[in-house]
Design a protein around this ligand. Structure first.
Ligand code: HEM
Length: 496
C-alpha cells in the first residue's frame, strides 16, 4: 500500500507503462504532483492582458499545457496531485474517448464541494442511474417544448431591459458589465423555463450558487485531504450554510408546484411526474429531483451566460458583423417585433456567429474522462485509473483542423454547416460529443439567439475603454475582469 505522500500503486503502474512509450513528461512531485507548478504558471499568466483582437488565448488560459506541449508534444502525461492525467489533443483520439460507451467514464467525484455546488445530477451520475435520469429528462428538451420556451426567454429579456432603463438615470449611452447582466438573466431564464419559479426566487438561488461557485474555484487549486470535509472549518461552515439556502429555495419551488393541479411539462413537471410514476426505470425520488434541480440550474445558467458574454465581446469588436446580424434580424424578425421560434430559426448568420463564438470562446474549454479499465486508443495504451483531458480550447484553434485562419473570427466558415467548417467533420466540440453530450444544446442555442436578437434590435454595442481582454479558466472560460460594454439605443443613434 502506498503512503499518503506516494501516488497510488495503480498510478505508479500507469506512469511506468506510459513513460515506456512517451519519453518525457513533467516530473511527479510528492503528493502535489504538478499542481504547484500549474498554479504558479496560472498566477503569472493571470497578470497578462491580451490585445482584444487576439484570439490566441490558449497560452494565457492554460499556460501549463502550453508550456508542456512545447516541451513534450501533442500528448503527454502530468500529475494532478497523485492522479496521472494524459493530455490528448488529437481530434480523432479525443472523439473516440468522448464517444466511448465503455471504458472511459466521467471522473468519479471525490471532492464533496462538487456535489454541494452541482448536486448529484445528470452530469455526475453513471451507469443505470444515468440511463434512467437521461431517459426521464430528455422529453423536457423535445422540439415542441423548446418552441414553447422562446416566450419566457423573451419575457426575462424584457425584464432585463427594464432594469437597464431604471439604472441608466436618463443617460443616453448605458455602460453595463455584460458578464454580470447575463449571469442574472440566464439565472432568471433557467428558473422560469425549467422550474417555473418567480424572478425573486431565481435571483436568490443565483446569489447563493454564485457564492458557492467562488468557494469551489478556490478549492480546486488545493490538494483535497479526505475526511477534512467533515471538519467544522470556517470554509465548511459557510459551504454548509449556502448549501442549506440553495436546498431550501429548491424545496420551496418544488412545494409550490406540487400544490398545482397539473405538474406541467417543463423540466420540474417531467421530474415530478416521474416521482409519481409506477413504471420501472421511469421513476425518480424526491432527493434525486432536488439534486437534478441544482445540477440543471448550474449547468444551464453559467454556460449560456458565458456564450452570450463572449458573443457580445466579439460583436462589439467586429462592428461589421454586428451590422450584418442587425440587418438579418430586421429582415426576418422585424425592427420592433418580438421574436418567436419561427423567426429565430431563420437567422442563419446569427447561427454562424454563435458557432464561431463557441469555437473561439466556448464556455467549456476542457473535458476529463477516467479509464475504468486498461484501454487502447490509437497507439496509446491507457492503463486503468488514468485520467484523460481533452482540451477543447486548443483543438478549436488548431490550424491543422481549421486552416491557417484558425485564430481569426470568421463566422462564414460555418456557411455550409458544422461538418463542412473544418478539415475534419464535427470538429466543433463545444457541446461535446457521444452519449454524454449536452442534453440542452438546442435550448441553449434558442436562448442565445433570442437574447442577442432582442439586444441588437435595440442597441448598438461597443467595448468600453475599460475592457481588459483577460480570458481565464474559472472552471469555464470567463473574462477575468468582466465585460464592460457601451450600449447606445438605436433610436438615439439614428437621431445623431
Ligand atoms: C452554451 C451553452 C452550453 C454549453 C457550451 C454546454 C456544454 C456542455 C458540455 C460540453 C457538456 C458535457 C458533455 C460531456 O461530458 O461530454 C454538457 C453537459 C450537460 N449540459 Fe450543457 N452546455 C450548455 C448549456 C446547457 C444548458 C442551458 C443546460 C440546461 C438547461 C445544460 C445542461 C447540461 C447537462 C444536464 C449536462 C450533462 C449531460 C449528461 O451527462 O448526460 N447545458 N454541456
Amino acid at each position: 500500500m502506498g503512503s499518503l505522500v506516494d501516488p497510488p500503486l495503480a498510478a505508479v503502474d500507469a506512469v511506468k507503462k506510459i513513460q515506456e512509450t512517451r519519453n518525457l513528461s513533467p516530473k511527479y512531485k510528492i503528493w502535489y504532483g504538478n499542481i504547484s507548478e500549474m498554479n504558479k504558471m496560472k498566477e503569472e499568466a493571470n497578470l497578462l492582458v491580451l490585445d482584444p483582437k487576439s484570439n490566441d488565448i490558449f497560452p494565457r488560459v492554460f499556460p501549463h499545457y502550453h508550456q508542456w506541449m512545447s516541451q513534450y508534444g501533442q500528448t503527454f502525461l502530468y500529475w494532478n496531485g497523485t492522479k496521472p492525467t494524459i493530455y490528448i489533443s488529437d481530434p480523432e483520439l479525443a472523439k473516440q474517448i468522448l464517444s466511448s460507451k465503455f471504458g472511459f467514464t466521467i471522473i468519479p467525484v471525490k471532492r464533496p464541494e462538487v456535489f454541494i455546488l452541482f448536486g448529484k445530477g445528470l452530469s455526475f451520475i453513471q451507469g443505470d442511474d444515468w440511463v434512467r435520469h437521461r431517459r426521464i429528462l430528455n422529453p423536457a428538451f423535445s422540439m415542441d417544448r423548446l418552441k414553447a420556451m422562446t416566450k419566457p426567454v423573451v419575457e426575462c429579456t424584457l425584464r432585463m431591459f427594464d432594469e437597464w432603463r431604471k439604472q441608466s438615470n436618463g443617460e443616453v449611452v448605458i455602460k453595463m458589465d455584460m458578464d454580470k447582466e447575463f449571469h442574472k438573466l440566464t439565472a432568471d431564464i433557467i428558473a422560469t423555463t425549467a422550474f417555473g419559479s418567480s424572478y425573486e426566487e431565481g435571483i436568490e438561488l443565483c446569489r447563493s450558487q454564485t457564492e458557492l461557485e467562488k468557494f469551489y474555484i478556490t478549492s480546486l487549486t488545493k490538494v483535497f485531504i479526505p475526511g477534512t470535509q467533515y471538519l467544522p472549518t470556517p470554509t465548511n461552515l459557510k459551504l454548509w450554510e449556502l448549501d442549506k439556502k440553495v436546498k431550501n429555495s429548491i424545496k420551496r419551488i418544488i412545494d409550490s408546484r406540487s400544490k398545482c393541479e397539473t405538474y406541467g411539462d417543463d423540466l420540474l413537471g417531467v421530474m415530478l411526474k416521474a416521482e409519481k410514476s409506477k413504471e420501472h426505470g421511469r421513476q425518480m425520488r424526491i432527493d434525486e429531483i432536488i439534486d437534478e434541480c441544482k445540477n440543471f440550474y448550474y449547468a444551464g445558467q453559467g454556460t449560456t451566460s458565458i456564450l452570450l458574454t463572449w458573443t457580445m465581446m466579439l460583436l462589439s469588436l467586429h462592428q461589421d458583423w454586428q451590422e450584418k446580424l442587425r440587418e438579418e434580424i430586421f429582415n426576418e424578425c422585424g425592427e420592433d417585433e418580438i421574436p418567436d421560434s419561427d423567426t429565430i430559426s431563420k437567422l442563419n448568420l446569427m447561427n454562424m456567429v454563435l458557432m464561431e463564438s463557441l469555437r473561439l470562446y466556448g464556455p467549456v474549454i476542457k473535458m476529463f474522462r477516467d479509464a475504468t479499465q486498461d484501454m487502447k486508443i490509437g497507439n496509446l495504451e491507457i492503463p486503468k485509473g488514468t485520467s484523460v483531458i481533452v482540451p477543447f480550447l486548443k483543438m478549436h484553434t488548431d490550424k491543422a483542423i481549421w486552416g491557417e485562419d484558425a485564430e481569426q473570427f470568421k463566422p462564414l466558415r460555418f456557411e455550409n454547416g458544422i461538418s463542412q467548417a473544418a478539415m475534419q467533420p464535427n470538429a466543433l466540440l463545444a457541446f461535446s460529443t457521444g452519449p454524454r453530450a449536452c442534453i440542452a444544446k438546442n435550448f441553449a442555442m434558442i436562448e442565445a439567439k433570442t437574447v442577442v436578437t432582442m439586444i441588437l434590435q435595440r442597441f448598438r454595442l461597443s467595448l468600453s475603454p475599460e475592457y481588459k481582454h483577460t480570458p481565464v479558466d474559472h472552471f469555464n472560460l470567463f473574462p477575468q475582469y468582466g465585460l464592460p460594454v457601451m450600449l447606445l439605443p438605436l433610436d438615439s443613434s439614428s437621431q445623431q
